[in-house]
Design a protein around this ligand. Structure first.
Ligand code: ZN
Length: 315
């Protein structure tokens, strides 16, 4: 049995055919047409899926369903995208329209939720049932799996670990509160902190790394220069890991998951990130003395996570 997994992004839609073992058998993508109204964007998506199945000579009865991972505020119980800032969608009946055009049953969830489910069913957390995943990107997305099932909260509005407050009256967050985890430990925050440090340290290696153009600073600038021993970069790295650890420790206290998976751009630092992060967690006794150790893992599904995770809503 196969399912279709759709990764809805701000600039493109990726559509994959995924088998019951989480293997991506085939896929295609196309750019979002922002000139079309929101309903027509979904109509077009449905027609492209129909064309794809016809071209591949796959009968609709062979497809167990369509899973969708979508950024923004999703109501998985109704199949609506209630609001998506990236896509400028509001109150959009994604599942309803798609099911009508394709005659295939559809399920939708938040993109961070499906990424987590994908890693639990088919990725790095296959042997675990209680898992939290953090996606360290523009913001901090999160997914929570409890006893092997996705926990989405009432109307799919829960599992927003990025908005736990780690500093009272701290930095302003896009959600309206102050001091949220993502205002300190997202890639956006890391880039902001890197730039601030560079402005204070004109002799930092980070300036050479970005060829003197501060607008070229990315999530890896500080990490890469810290590896070369640059003092200012090391301070940025250590501060970032400190914030990340604070947020993770809160999650450990609430859920005591078997593992926490880190995904998103910053997680590309892999072992280097873990080597700098895990000692901070251990120092706070997150895994010793009080309870079972929480493993910190790096996501492994990569670019395919969106499609495989979305399809895993059906398996
Ligand atoms: Zn917030």
């Amino acid at each position: 049995m196969e399912a279709i997994g759709i990764d809805i992004g701000g600039t493109s839609f990726k559509i994959g055919l995924v088998d019951g073992k989480g293997k991506l058998l085939d896929s295609f993508s196309y750019p979002v047409d922002h000139l079309k109204n929101q309903e027509d964007q979904i109509n077009e998506l449905g027609e492209k899926i129909n064309d794809f199945l016809q071209k591949k000579e796959i009968g609709k009865s062979e497809i167990i369903g369509i899973g969708i991972g979508c950024p923004g505020s999703i109501d998985s119980s109704t199949g609506f995208c209630d609001y998506s800032n990236n896509l400028k969608w509001s109150h959009l009946n994604v599942c309803g329209i798609l099911a009508r055009i394709t005659s295939i049953k559809c399920r939708i969830s938040n993109d961070a939720n499906v990424a987590c489910l994908g890693e639990v069913k088919f990725g790095v957390a296959r042997k675990y049932k209680n898992v939290v995943m953090l996606t360290l990107g523009t913001g901090i997305g999160s997914g929570i799996v409890i006893d092997g099932k996705l926990y989405e909260g009432n109307q799919g509005k829960g599992a927003e670990c990025g908005h736990e407050v780690i500093k009272m009256n701290g930095r302003k967050c896009t959600c309206g509160r102050r001091g949220c985890f993502e205002a300190y430990a997202s890639a956006t925050a890391l880039i902001k902190d890197t730039k601030a440090k560079m402005r204070k340290h004109k002799d930092s290696l980070m300036w050479d790394y970005v060829k003197q153009d501060i607008e070229s600073v990315g999530g890896k600038t500080a990490f890469e220069c810290a590896k070369k021993g640059d003092k200012a970069a090391i301070e940025v790295r250590d501060r970032y890991c400190f914030y990340l650890a604070e947020g993770i420790l809160n999650i450990c206290s609430i859920f005591r998951p078997e593992c926490i998976i880190l995904g998103g751009g910053v997680s590309n630092q892999k072992e280097y990130l873990l080597n700098n992060l895990v000692p901070l967690l251990e120092k706070a006794n997150y895994g010793f003395g009080l309870g079972p150790k929480v493993e910190i893992l790096i996501a492994e599904l990569g670019n395919q996570a969106g499609m495989i995770g979305a399809a895993s809503l059906l398996f």
